[in-house]
Design a protein around this ligand. Structure first.
Ligand code: M6R
Length: 597
């Protein structure tokens, strides 16, 4: 990892193809040293990517840039001064992770620095023209065209804001872009990528979400597509070149929630927070739930969707709503998109997401003519703003890349929706309150077994998870947690499916984890026994211990089982990852908010 001031020798580069990024950006405009505030903000945004990072401050007579491959802690060595500046933390999807591709990028004269989250689709043509006009490029990124385009416009006599307005009209794609000029002026523009502004008197922040500025202010403006913002003494927002007013909203999250509060990792804190967050999930306005039920009742077809962990919540949610008598189709958003033509305006799409920024989900919703009901965590997210109705899961900021408390809160809200549709909101709330207690108990009562299973997994290369009915989604989620954090190969199957092929992989000492639900109990016990006969070590979770299993996690007989069952497996995945020497908050190759398709 190389840190330090921008390498001026890297003006030539090899094109390695389209370089796509999804990242986090931060900006500061005020009276304090910008670099320190931006650094702290970027630490909060690392869940969006941590391949490379950088900060630029306006330090008349030139821009000062510190950037490189690695996390912001690895990059941030030199001190750069200035009271306005921008920063970036990156997750690359194509192309090299290296110092020269790290943001911020500058123009030829190094008077303007730019950070960007998103994709500029037409950057190749723009770059070619800029090169022909004598501009010299240092990176393979799409972003670097922006500072050069701004440079040209300013040479024509435009202000930074006017230049950005002109440049924006020529960009195709999705972007949240922030630029700072050597004199300290700062501007930003948003199109299909999230951008929020934090307002703290004369001090202003901008960021991909509110977490970087929560420690300074809870007042936020969520920008609309096409908004151009100018930070120049005061804050001005324009859309289509006309000044516009945007509401300042009070954000109900606090800085403590976004800190580790004495835990080793965010994930550990977030697992332990669940008794509290499950309770908070039950705090839904009656009128919001009733409005959601009206949408269910009116719909011809109901689609429940999400990606990754949220897709397992969606799939369980579909089973809950089916119990209430609705016909529900569930599929991961990126796959459902291929059937988007069959969704009509009389249907309903229920979109489940923690971040509300997942590109696969937003892309499906773009194509769907049906109204959308969002079940989402991030306040002011694109999903929340674009949906016809929103049920917030109230889990507070989830920073660990692995979804834990967001998953259980999504389940809680979807279960509550089932109760609401049956006219039993209070009973639903009661169930969630019992669940909160049961989660605390299951973690406490099984502490030793959880640690023993984690130890056991550290010596394994493969693990299989099986379940029937709602146990299948639990198996899916437990396997996903283990593989994404420990890098142990873990797969989930319906218990009935296991013997149709995968059983061939079981040999002496292969771990098989079985979720033993009442529905299909005898069958899943038989499926586990079939694996045992081929040498598997059995790990079980259920209400009644089976002594012949190597390990068993007994869950209390109250609360919403799915939430209670998953919590120990979140902890097992966490501990296994730590024991193996990995960072569970930042699993390799992953980012929390997947804002590219
Ligand atoms: O923000 P979202 O809930 O829409 O994210 C969806 C998935 O990317 C996410 O759940 C992912 O699978 C988790 N990191 C897994 O722990």
């Amino acid at each position: 990892m190389v840190a330090g001031l921008i390498d001026r020798g890297l003006s030539k580069c090899i094109d390695v193809g389209l370089l796509l990024v999804m990242c986090g950006i931060v900006g500061y405009y005020g009276n304090d040293e910008a670099a320190e505030k931006i650094y702290r903000g970027l630490k909060r945004l690392e869940y969006r990517g941590y391949d490379s990072a950088g900060i630029a401050t306006a330090g008349n007579p030139s821009i000062k840039v510190e950037k490189g491959e690695g996390t912001i802690d690895e990059v941030s060595e030199a001190e750069i001064d200035g009271t306005s500046g921008i920063g970036h933390t990156r997750w690359a999807t194509h192309g090299g992770v290296n110092d020269r591709n790290a943001h911020p990028h500058t123009d030829c004269g190094e008077e303007i620095a730019v950070v960007h989250n998103g994709i500029i689709n037409n950057y190749e043509g723009l770059k070619e023209k800029l090169k022909n006009r004598g501009h010299s490029f240092s990176s393979e990124t799409d972003t670097e065209v922006v500072p050069h385009m701004l440079e040209e416009k300013m040479e024509e006599g435009l202000t930074l804001k006017e230049a950005l307005m002109d440049v924006e009209e020529r960009l195709e794609g999705s972007y949240a872009i922030a630029a700072v000029l050597k004199t300290g002026e700062m501007v930003a523009v948003k199109q299909d990528s999230p951008l929020a502004i934090g307002v703290n008197g004369s001090e202003k922040f901008l960021a991909s979400d509110v977490t970087p500025f929560l420690e300074h202010t809870s007042k936020a403006i969520f920008l609309e597509d096409g908004d151009v913002v100018e930070f120049n003494g005061k804050l001005e927002i324009y859309n289509q070149r006309e000044p516009v007013e945007r509401e300042i909203q009070e954000v109900d999250w606090d800085a403590e929630q976004a800190s580790k509060e004495g835990h080793d990792h965010f994930m550990q804190k977030e697992i332990k927070e669940q008794p509290k967050t499950v309770k908070k999930a039950s705090f839904q306005d009656k009128s919001d739930l009733e409005e959601a039920v009206k949408m269910l009742d009116k719909a011809d077809e109901i689609y429940l969707t999400g990606c990754g962990t949220a897709s397992f919540a969606a799939s369980l949610g579909a089973k809950y709503l089916e119990e209430a008598g609705y016909n529900v189709r569930t599929e991961q958003a990126h796959e459902l998109e291929y059937s988007a033509d069959s969704i009509s305006e009389d249907d309903l799409v229920i979109a489940v997401s923690q971040s509300g920024e997942t590109a696969d989900l937003l892309s499906l919703l773009d194509k769907s003519p049906a109204p959308t009901l969002a079940v989402v965590n991030a306040v002011g997210s694109t999903l929340a703003r674009q949906s016809d109705h929103t049920l917030y899961i109230n889990a507070g900021p989830e920073i660990g890349v692995a979804s834990t408390k967001a998953f259980t809160s999504q389940l809680g809200v979807l279960k509550l929706l089932q109760y609401a549709s049956e006219g039993e909101i209070e009973e639903g709330r009661q169930k969630l309150l019992e669940t909160a207690e049961a989660v605390e108990k299951v973690l406490e009562n099984n502490k030793d077994t959880i640690e023993a299973i984690s130890d056991y997994f550290t010596g394994k290369e493969h693990a299989y998870f099986i379940g029937r009915d709602k146990g299948y989604e639990m198996a899916d989620e437990a396997a996903l947690k283990l593989k994404e954090l420990s890098y142990i190969h873990a797969e989930a199957f319906p218990g009935g499916e296991f013997k149709h092929g995968t059983l061939a992989l079981v040999e002496e000492g292969t771990p098989v984890v079985a979720f033993l639900k009442d529905n299909g109990y005898d069958e899943i016990v038989s499926n586990a026994a079939e694996a045992r006969s081929r040498g598997a070590d059995l790990i079980g979770v259920g209400k009644n211990e089976i002594s012949s299993f190597e390990y068993f996690i007994e869950i209390p007989d109250k609360g919403l089982e799915e939430i209670v069952e998953v919590a120990p497996f979140q902890m097992i995945a966490y501990l296994t990852s730590v024991e193996l020497g990995h960072n569970p908050d930042k699993p390799r190759n992953l980012a929390k908010s997947v804002t590219v398709k």
